[in-house]
Design a binder for this molecule. Structure first.
Ligand code: CA
Length: 240
């Protein structure tokens, strides 16, 4: 239970209403919230208090949220969850490509917020998590199994025949389960920095993957579309 951890969460948000809501929610959930209403004080708090996780509103009075991400990433891997308005998909994708770990869209619910924070905090202990996949070489969520050693994907006990590229996409998302991967990040991982930034090809692959692994490709259970941003593999949440 998160309540015993007292992780420090820094809220960087200039809207006092949202800031108070976040602070109350986090305190009630057993976290230790810190707040900053502009970029300059945020950077000071990050260096002096070393928060365990950062919630970052991209629209701040004195600084672009993305320059905060760049600045933070130059010295720490503290997870950053971007809080963004609904209509700004490009901003979200850019923030993720700058090094943010996840994003949440306003207006958001408490359950979703807390789930994202738990996932971000879990990913800080990435060594434990990687070992978990590394030791038995298998990622499992629901009826889906990705066997990294045997290069197999199994759904409800049945072998799924993926093409090599489809397997690379599924295994990449599985390694980062619970986190959104941007189109750009996936394309570059598959085809290197010179990859075409055409998302259409990914959509074609994803349609093929979903036909093979989802019982209803229109209502995916394993790989979710983050509209205008990328894809997210369902996370095995049983230890949350
Ligand atoms: Ca704002």
């Amino acid at each position: 239970m998160a309540g015993t951890l007292r992780n420090k969460i820094l809220i960087i948000e200039d809207d006092p209403g949202i800031c108070t809501f976040l602070k109350t929610t986090l305190t009630a959930s057993g976290y230790d919230p810190l707040t900053a209403s502009d970029g300059k004080s945020a950077l000071q708090i990050i260096s002096s208090h070393c928060p365990d996780c950062i919630l970052l509103d991209l629209g701040l009075p004195d600084m672009d949220g993305r320059s905060i991400i760049q600045s933070v990433r130059s010295w720490t891997q503290t997870p950053i969850i971007v809080i963004s308005a609904r209509s700004h998909e490009r901003d979200k994708a850019e923030a993720l490509d700058e090094g943010a770990d996840d994003y949440i869209t306003k207006p958001f619910g408490t359950v979703e917020l807390l789930a994202r924070i738990r996932a971000a905090l879990r990913h800080t202990c990435t060594t434990a998590e990687k070992d978990e996949i590394g030791l038995n070489g298998v990622y499992r969520v629901g009826g889906l199994e990705i066997d990294y050693r045997k290069h197999r994907v199994i759904v409800s006990g049945n072998d799924v025949h993926l093409t090599p590229t489809e397997f690379r996409i599924v295994s990449l998302l599985g390694k980062h389960a619970g986190r959104v991967l941007t189109y750009k990040a996936i394309l570059q991982e598959l085809w290197g920095p010179a990859a075409s930034m055409d998302n259409k090809i990914l959509r074609v692959y994803m349609a093929g993957i979903r036909r093979k692994i989802e019982s209803d490709p229109n209502e995916p259970k394993y790989i979710f579309t983050e509209v205008g941003v990328g894809y997210r593999m369902a996370e095995n949440d049983e230890d949350a």
